[in-house]
Design a binder for this molecule. Structure first.
Ligand SMILES: [Zn+2]
Length: 443
């Protein structure tokens, strides 16, 4: 290994352990400056996380890796990469697993908050834009808070499109909810549901859209984790923050909200260690953000039919189960899930699969929505496909194209929200989606 490279990359295996241990152990953690905000958690003194890459193929070997506490973020057929720390790297080593590790802050050239990314919505802009959408909607849209994030000063906003019921008023119409930004750094996942709401409001007079909106109760929660999203950009640099901002014992920040849901909580693919990026929290639904989603869904159980939760990245369409291998045991529902996922994949070009085909992950939104309430639930991992194409920070140029790619899938689920099992029957009765899709041309 060349000396210059050796300062950045540390390759381990049992065979070469002794030569590299010293350099690994001596790896300096790059200090990060933090700006404190009101009620913000104590920040760690330094970001000592590592970007760890391991040769691995198949869900089983990926599961071994994720169970060391590493959050897998990039998966190809023969290699995975993700965020961990020195302790997790030691676990890989003790398992005899070869890997590469670089300090996270070096792997991601933490740039100043870039002017070209100003199109992304921070919390303040999201709030004012949501209020603006309500104002321009002529009575179609309403806005309400479903709770607040961990810091207690930011609302988790829910925008509703329903001309006959506003705010938290009851409605008999079949309901769907689109969510974004459970994970702080996945800012693109706020933009897509926000643009979808904007699209529906601006096109509400078009017959095919008007027809859909007249029959549905449509909800958008574009920023489930407002504190985390703000924390990620609060220093003027992207911080690669995934979790919320709970101040953990030991000084680490945050619980992984997408491991905190209460269906098979705390099982495989989540971590009990607070400094893990996949820390599942002290108990199921321990966090105000997941409590807010739980209450929001459970207040609408009689009508809520579909959940679509946007994440990034990898270009995937995921559906239950995540906490265990194999299909759900309701074959009709399984057929509906597969049909829906494959149909949507034709439009956005993403890969449809069981969540656990990637690796086991417990406590996520979709397992809970389906497992606890039999609500059809999908996770979309948005653009890009890989870290090399921008990863969590693909740039503002990705916003409109990613929205365009996912418009058809989003409208398709909206149409199916009266009875998602229709997908299993193979006869989509509504012509709304088809005509809308033709009109908008997809990507
Ligand atoms: Zn995510």
């Amino acid at each position: 290994m060349r000396p210059v490279l050796a300062s950045l990359i540390f390759v381990f295996s049992l065979a070469v352990a002794s030569a590299n241990d010293a350099s690994f152990d001596a790896a300096p953690a790059k200090p990060v400056s933090f700006k404190f905000q009101k009620k913000a958690p104590a920040a760690p003194a330094a970001d000592d996380r590592l970007w760890i890459t391991v040769k691995a193929s198949g869900a089983e070997s990926r599961e071994t890796i994720v169970n060391t506490g590493i959050s897998l973020e990039e998966i190809s057929s023969d290699e995975v990469s993700g965020v961990g720390n020195a302790r997790m790297a030691e676990r890989l080593k003790s398992l005899g697993i070869k890997f590469k590790a670089v300090p996270l802050t070096q792997r991601f050239h933490m740039q100043d908050f870039p002017a070209e990314d100003a199109a992304f919505h921070n919390y303040a802009r999201l709030t004012s834009d949501l209020q603006g959408l309500v104002a321009q909607s002529n009575g179609l849209a309403s806005l309400f808070s479903i709770g607040r994030g961990w810091a207690g000063d930011k609302d988790i906003w829910c925008l509703r499109l329903n001309s006959s019921a506003h705010g938290v008023e009851k409605s008999d119409r079949p309901a769907i909810v689109y969510m974004g930004t459970h994970h702080a750094r996945e800012h693109l996942s706020t933009e897509v549901p926000l643009l979808l709401a904007k699209y529906l409001i601006e096109n509400r007079a078009k017959p095919e859209i008007a027809s859909l909106l007249a029959k549905r109760d449509v909800y958008f929660i574009p920023m489930v984790n407002p504190d985390g999203a703000e924390y990620d950009i609060a220093t003027g640099q992207y911080r690669m923050h995934r979790k919320n901002v709970r101040a953990n014992d030991g000084g680490s920040v945050g619980v992984d909200l997408n491991r905190n849901y209460g269906y098979h909580w705390g099982e495989g693919g989540s971590s009990a260690e607070p400094d893990s990026d996949i820390y599942h929290g002290p108990s199921a639904f321990s966090e105000p953000e997941t409590q807010a989603i739980k209450k929001f869904i459970e207040d609408r159980l009689d009508t809520m039919k579909v959940v679509l939760t946007f994440h990034s990245f990898s270009e995937l369409i995921l559906y239950p189960w995540g906490h265990k291998n194999g299909p759900i045991d309701d074959t009709r529902a399984q057929t509906a899930y597969e049909t829906m996922a494959k149909t949507m994949a034709q439009w956005n070009g993403y890969t449809p699969e069981h969540s656990s085909d990637l690796y086991i992950a417990s406590g996520d939104t979709t397992d809970w929505a389906w497992g606890a309430h039999k609500i059809f639930a999908f996770t979309f991992e948005l653009t890009p496909k890989s870290m090399w194409d921008g990863g969590f920070y693909p740039g503002a140029g990705a916003i409109s194209s990613t929205f365009a790619a996912n418009l058809k899938p989003a409208l398709y689920l909206l149409d199916l929200a009266d009875d998602p099992y229709r997908a299993a029957g193979g006869n989509l009765s509504s012509s709304n989606v088809k005509s809308t899709l033709t009109a908008n041309g997809g990507r």
